[in-house]
Design a protein around this ligand. Structure first.
Ligand code: RP5
Length: 161
């Protein structure tokens, strides 16, 4: 599948969290690319990635980072593509540091920030953005939401008996 979503993360230590974005995109049959881009350790790669993503056919970028999590905001500053930020939980401050680093963007440079470790929702949100104008993908997202509904109803019915 042609990648339409870019998943980037600051470190391979973010992968256990960020793989949840990849998993939901696999389930929804949305093409994505995945790599490590560090705002601090690989600044040239950050610049090149952000500047080239749109031209390579990427429609949405999901960027996850922890601690001094500058990756999503810096990427957003260098592309017209929508950026979804994932604050990764940290040992020292529990991920509140990551959340605050990502969510408080200055006016003009938005990052759609999900919950701490909320990579699944980041994947789903990115898929919903790509699904605008794609009825087949919209249907798969709808089917996914119905499967959640069925799962909850199933649990409820077990409790009720
Ligand atoms: C951030 O620093 C990364 O996104 C990661 O969450 C955190 C720690 O990185 P490592 O020291 O594990 O590589 O840049």
């Amino acid at each position: 599948m042609k990648p339409v979503i870019g998943i980037i993360m600051g470190s391979d230590s973010d992968l256990p969290v960020m793989s949840k974005a990849a998993e939901i995109l696999d389930e929804l049959e949305v093409g994505y690319e995945l790599t490590i881009v560090s705002a601090h350790r690989t600044p040239d790669k950050l610049y090149n990635y952000a500047k080239s993503a749109s031209g390579r056919g990427i429609k949405v970028i999901i960027a996850g980072a922890g601690g001094a999590a500058h990756l999503p905001g810096m990427v957003a500053s260098m592309t017209v593509l929508p950026v979804v930020g994932v604050p990764v939980q940290t040992k020292a401050l529990g991920g509140v540091d990551s959340l605050y680093s990502i969510v408080q963007m200055p006016p003009g440079i938005p990052v759609a920030t999900v919950a701490i470790n909320g990579a699944l929702n980041a994947g789903l949100l990115a898929a919903k953005i790509v699904a605008v104008g794609d009825e087949c993908l919209s249907q798969r997202i709808y089917d996914y939401s119905k499967s959640l509904e069925a799962m909850v109803e199933n649990k409820a019915s077990k409790l009720e008996h």
